[in-house]
Design a protein around this ligand. Structure first.
Ligand code: NDP
Length: 279
């Protein structure tokens, strides 16, 4: 007999509306695992104590969200290569007594790209809108996967220019300031929105891009609503799309795999997340 549940969590502030726990708990139940996922509000000044507590209690890992993705790093023992390049951690896993920081945001995107959209990014020409945390994670994975050209289009240069400078050593990346409207050329294979434009409640906002000559796959990191105005506009042009919900589900799938060593039921995770978002 074993009455002891294994614990994982999400630390954030605010965190109450974060839907990851619902999806992970459904996956644990479907796999018959006695695991719990706790969604916990942690203030910035309490993060060190929270990590020490998780360590002392032998938690199997945790997710970090705003504002802890960078601040958590000094409390960990090791970082994965991606987390080091991205400079942020969204998933922590325990290996023995060591806490290892990972970043699964970009990997979640890549799994959707390969598995759901059937695209191998190697040798592809990509336009990436945005230069925040999501954009940096996606850019890192695309460069590590060997894209031929990565154009970062962003409203301001404050974050975009240093990000491109940092990532240049990993592959061909350049920054283009966002003019009035950005025209996507027919040579572009993949266009990704990694800005927050279109995120609930501002569902009528969308990136200002001209898709009239585009022939690419169009992806969005925004997951709520799952079909953003941007993706709907791309579909209306006859372009294939990949939604942000898929990226969110896969980053959770990868977290589940890292923590438990087992494969989750991906359909259960996706359906649970969709149902949680409709409420
Ligand atoms: P950040 O706040 O770090 O970055 C926001 C980005 O959006 C910046 O590039 C910013 O440009 C740009 N932006 C914001 N408002 C405007 C505007 N009015 N016009 C033009 N550009 C604008 O956010 P994150 O990178 O963390 O998140 C971005 C999106 O990705 C969010 O919607 C988030 O929910 C989603 N996300 C999805 C995940 C998933 O698994 N599907 C995972 C992580 C994030 P500037 O630099 O000029 O300010």
């Amino acid at each position: 007999m074993n009455f002891k549940a294994e614990l994982v969590a999400c630390f954030g502030q605010p965190v109450a509306e974060n839907p990851t726990g619902v999806m992970q708990e459904a996956a644990f139940a479907a796999a018959g695992l006695n695991w719990r996922y706790l969604t916990i509000e942690v203030a910035p000044e309490g993060l060190g104590d929270a990590v020490r507590g998780a360590r002392a209690m032998g938690w199997r890992g945790f997710n970090c969200t705003i504002p802890h993705k960078v601040a958590v790093i000094p409390f960990l023992d090791e970082l994965s290569r991606e987390a080091r390049i991205i400079g942020a951690v969204n998933t922590v896993r325990r290996e023995g007594n060591r806490l290892i920081g990972e970043n699964t945001d970009g990997r979640g995107f890549m799994r959707g790209l390969r598995q759901d959209a059937g695209m191998d990014p190697k040798g592809k020409r990509v336009v990436l809108l945005g230069a925040g945390g999501a954009a940096r994670a996606i850019a890192t994975e695309l460069l590590l996967a060997g894209v031929e050209d990565l154009v970062v289009v962003n409203r301001s240069s404050e974050r975009a220019a240093p990000m491109v400078e940092d990532l240049k050593q990993h592959g061909p990346i350049r920054f283009v300031p966002w003019g009035v409207s950005y025209e996507v050329s027919p040579e572009t294979d993949l266009l990704v929105n990694a800005t927050s434009l279109g995120l609930y409640p501002n569902v009528d906002w969308m990136p200002d891009v001209d898709l009239s000559r585009a022939r690419c796959l169009v992806a969005d990191a925004v997951f709520n609503p799952p079909v953003t105005k941007f993706l709907a506009a791309a579909q209306a042009q006859g372009l294939r799309t990949l939604d942000g919900l898929t990226m969110l589900v896969y980053q959770g799938v990868i977290g589940f795999e890292m923590w438990t060593g087992a494969k989750p039921d991906e359909a259960v995770m996706k359906l649970t997340l969709l149902a949680a978002m409709v409420k």
